[in-house]
Design a protein around this ligand. Sequence first.
Ligand SMILES: [Zn+2]
Length: 259
Amino acid sequence: MHWCDICKCWLNDTKAAKMNHERGAGHQSKLAFKLKEMGKKAENEIKQKEIQDIAMSKIDKAAKKAFEADRKAAEAAAGSWEWDAGSSYYYNSTHRWYYEPKSAWYYGGEPEAQWTQAPPIPSAALFGTAKHSGGPVPQGSTAVAPSGPADGGDGPIVRQTVQRVVTVKKHPLADVGGYKAPTSGRVGGSMGSGITLEAEAGAGGSAGAGEKRKREEGGKGGGKVKGEAVSKEEAEALARREAAKARVAARTAAGFGYV
Ligand SMILES: [Zn+2]
C-alpha cells in the first residue's frame, strides 16, 4: 500500500493506481491548497524578518546616535589641552588649568593659582583622559615622549612608587602589661565584684580599693543604692534571696563539719 500524505489516505502501491490518484480532482485541489499555504507561510516569515530587521536597524541607529551625542557632550565638558608654546604648558580653556607635562603637575585655580597634582576638575578632564593636541606628549599618551636631541636630552621621566617603613615606638608599659586595660567601666564586672573605676576616681583618690569594696558590701544589706525607692515585692524578693544564701552557707558549713 502507498500512503498519500496530501489526502491522508492509503492507495494501491502500483504505478497506475498512484497516477490515477494524483490526477484525481480531490488530490489536485488539496495539493494546490497545500502549496498555497506553504507559499503564504514562507512569505509571512520573510515579511516578519524584514519588519524585524527594520526595527533593529532603527534601534541600532538611535542607540548609536545617543551614544555619539553623549560622547560629544562628555568631550565638550572635559575640554581639551592645547599646547602653549609660549609657556611650554598645556592649557585647558574649559577649566582654565595649565598642565606641565614633565612633572605632571597642574597649575591654576581661583582665587589664587597654585601647583597641584590633583586639580579640582572632573576626572574626565584630566590630562590624558581628555584630548590634547600639540606639544611634547604624543597622542593617546600621558607621558612625555623620550626626549630626542632637540629636547636637550634630559631623558624620559621615570615614576616610582616609594615605600616607607615607619617604626612605631614601643609603649612604655609594654613590658609590665595591663596598659591595654579599660580606663572606664568595672574591673571584675563579670564576677559581680570589684570596683568601679570612675567612682574610684570621683572619690578623690584617697579611698583605696578595700574601702570601696567595704562600702559596697555595707550597702548590700540595705538591699539597694541609697535614694532609690524599693518596692514591697522587691524587698520581699531580696529578703528571700538573702535567706536562701544563708541556707546555702549553712549547708556548706555543715558539709565541711563546722556546725
Ligand atoms: Zn492524494
